[in-house]
Design a protein around this ligand. Structure first.
Ligand SMILES: Nc1ncnc2c1ncn2[C@@H]1O[C@H](COP(=O)(O)OP(=O)(O)OP(=O)(O)O)[C@@H](O)[C@H]1O
Length: 232
């Protein structure tokens, strides 16, 4: 869906803390963030600085304690659990460090999963799966199982699954953290392609400065606030 809301992603005054027993661990105490549509942003920062927590809030997997999280026209902070799940199904895809594939399903069945929530016929679903498998360089591997594939190939399945429902937003949590340099660069080139050619907005958490260099810009998270750095 296109819209004229600008910026595409807007966080204002976001507060988040985790409670463990009597202890409260503050993560964000008033986080603001603006990301235009079509950006490719790397998020870096020390371990424990809240990168994954931020990604989970952007993906509607976790909620903020206070503040606003708007993505396009959707105010995530105003949605209940059910509405957020429905929003997730059509608005964003997630790419995980360890792929999160289901080992008992072959490549095509893994990729098809997000489409099962959509009013599509099996034939339509299969056509979409074939299209994205071509796009990520896995043509003809529909029946292969993840266990027989390299890390780089498994991550291609992860990316295909993230884009098969054609979301505007792709969230990536250390997408190359488990890969060798060559496979990592192939995956990063692919994310760059999705950003440039298909106008996907991408937010990628990474510890790796070489991975971050593939993004348009890098945001450094430190003490609950962002500091902008140089991209390429
Ligand atoms: N569900 C949870 N319950 C309690 N504490 C949590 C929970 N999730 C995260 N935390 C704590 O919140 C802080 C931020 O965690 P988060 O995983 O967002 O950091 P990160 O920057 O992604 O770290 P890393 O780079 O190590 O993955 C950490 O101190 C973590 O222990």
């Amino acid at each position: 869906m296109t819209d004229t809301q600008d910026p595409y992603i807007a966080l204002a005054g976001v507060r988040k803390a985790f409670r463990i027993g009597a202890e409260t661990i503050p993560i964000f105490s008033g986080l603001d963030l603006s990301i235009p549509r079509g950006d490719f942003v790397a998020v870096m920062g020390p371990s424990g600085s809240g990168k994954s927590t931020l990604l989970n809030m952007l993906g509607g997997i976790d909620s903020a304690d206070a503040g606003e999280i708007r993505i396009g026209r959707s105010h995530l902070e105003q949605m209940g659990e059910g509405a957020r799940a429905a929003w997730r199904a059509h608005s964003m895809g997630i790419v995980f460090q360890f792929y999160n594939l289901l080992p008992m399903l072959n490549a095509a069945d893994n990729i098809e999963l997000p489409l099962l929530l959509k009013p599509l016929t099996r034939k339509e679903r299969r056509a979409r799966v074939d299209t994205v498998m071509d796009l990520v360089g896995l043509a003809g591997r529909q029946r292969q199982f993840p266990s027989g594939m390299s890390g780089g190939q498994q991550q291609r399945i992860g990316i295909a699954r993230a884009i098969v429902a054609d979301p505007d937003l792709i969230l990536c949590d250390e997408p190359t953290g488990d890969l060798d340099r060559k496979s990592a660069n192939d995956i990063l080139e692919m994310l760059g392609f999705l950003n440039r050619e298909l106008q996907k907005t991408i937010i990628m958490v990474t510890h790796d400065p070489e991975a971050a260099a593939f993004a348009r810009r890098t945001l450094h998270l430190n003490k609950g606030e962002f500091v902008e750095g140089e991209g390429r």
